[in-house]
Design a protein around this ligand. Structure first.
Ligand code: NAD
Ligand code: DAU
Length: 353
């Protein structure tokens, strides 16, 4: 079986749902169930014996050792992390704990398990670390996109903690020979994304008649990838990636934030028109995020050249699918937007206007 961490979060859950649709191989899904983890997302798997869920913190070495001993996974796919940049600015401690100490603890548990395997299983074992393009820092408008050899220059507590975890993973390969793979992906969007991130936040706020808060001048650029395409890239890297290598994942979809929000408003105007006016009327400019990276762009040619991977969705098809999903699944959004979520919205947006 495979072991997935963070499989109740946005990308991890999409990965587990896709995996169980495409493979008979069982999944051990471990997740601490922070505010970002939702078992409701995994409801389609509740009667599926190929999915085993354990509520475990990746910083808990004893619990990890027990699970490795019981289930003997042939691979680890490490999604679990604190993932929201704004939260890392308000409270960096959890990011250091989960992203760095948690990754270290998981690496040690995996290394111990791996060292007990017979040689053929040892050779076949993989530890795939899911990381981000934010570790490379910020690009000027004319800079080439990030490649696998772009030097690391993280700017936020979130990206610094992810960069630290990437370095640990690299060192565990170099020093101990653990067969690791690292993917650095651009911004994801799609079903089951927590409504603190730009796209689901804007959809939920638009439908709720609230303001659509654009940080700064709205000209920051992000490179967007549909979550299903990120999952297919991870499956390819797991199956055929070379241990010790890193792979950039992206869909060549650079967009300015304001353009993304305009497109979302236009899609909503079409699919769920307001009684009067456009959702664009709800757009408001708020104080910028401190240290806000100006531009990200991913050069994903290595993944295409070496493993033949290409995204299936364009930004237009992926975004239309996503808006439709949120319109049809408002109960999911209501369930995850609990009391804690409302507190976060107050903390993050109160001092911005
Ligand atoms: P998410 O915040 O939606 O989900 C994270 C999951 O990890 C949650 O289910 C949470 O409960 C779990 N978790 C947190 N701390 C844990 C701990 N100590 N022990 C066990 N579980 C814990 O995040 P996401 O957007 O799905 O991101 C998944 C991974 O992909 C992260 O590593 C992130 O850095 C990376 N990534 C995300 C994006 C993006 O655009 N969202 C892009 C590139 C890479
Ligand atoms: O690049 C990959 C990264 O993408 C992942 O590693 C992170 O886990 C993920 O959260 C994401 O980080 P960003 O900071 O780019 O995503 P976010 O959705 O928070 O913001 C996207 C852009 O939109 C960013 O420039 C800030 C802006 N923004 C965001 C929010 C929440 C706004 O203008 N208003 C908002 O209310």
């Amino acid at each position: 079986m495979i072991l997935v961490t963070g499989g109740a979060g946005f990308i991890g859950a999409n990965f587990v749902l896709d995996w169980t649709r495409q493979s008979d191989e069982a999944v051990l899904n471990i997740d601490k169930l922070t505010y970002a983890g939702n078992l409701g997302t995994l409801k389609p798997l509740q009667d599926n014996p190929a999915h085993v869920f354990a509520r475990v913190d990746i910083c808990d070495r004893a619990a990890l050792d027990a699970l490795f001993t019981q289930y003997k996974p042939r691979a680890v796919l490490h999604f679990a992390a604190e993932s929201h940049v704004d939260r890392s600015i308000h409270g960096p401690g959890d990011f250091i704990q989960t992203n760095m100490v948690g990754t270290f603890t998981l690496l040690e548990a995996a290394r111990h398990h791996w060292s007990t395997l017979p040689q053929a299983q040892k050779d076949a074992f993989r530890f795939l670390h899911v990381s981000t393009d934010e570790v490379f820092g910020s690009l000027a408008p004319a800079d080439p996109a990030f490649s696998e050899i772009t030097p690391y220059a993280p700017n936020s507590p979130y990206s610094a903690s992810k960069a630290g975890s990437d370095h640990l993973v690299r060192a565990w390969h170099h020093t101990y020979g653990l067969p690791v793979l690292t993917t650095n992906c651009s911004n994801n969007y799609g079903p089951y994304q927590f409504p603190e991130k730009l796209i689901p936040l804007m959809i939920a706020s638009a439908l709720g008649g609230k303001q659509l808060p654009i940080y700064g001048d709205g000209q920051n650029v992000r490179d967007w990838l549909y979550v299903g395409d990120h999952c297919s890239a991870i499956r390819e890297v797991l199956a055929r990636g070379t241990p010790g290598e890193t792979y950039n994942v992206g869909g060549w979809n650079e967009k300015k934030n304001l353009d993304v929000v305009h497109t979302l408003c236009d899609l909503l105007d079409e699919m769920r028109p307001k009684a009067a006016g456009s959702y664009r009327d709800q757009i408001t400019y708020v104080k910028d995020r401190p240290g806000h990276d100006r531009r990200y762009a991913i050069d994903a040619r290595k993944l295409e050249r070496d493993l033949g991977w290409k995204p299936a969705e364009t930004f237009e098809t992926g975004l239309a699918k996503t808006v439709r999903w949120y319109l049809e699944n408002q109960t999911w959004v209501d369930e995850v937007a609990s009391g804690d979520y409302r507190k976060w919205v107050e903390i993050n947006y109160m001092q911005r206007v």
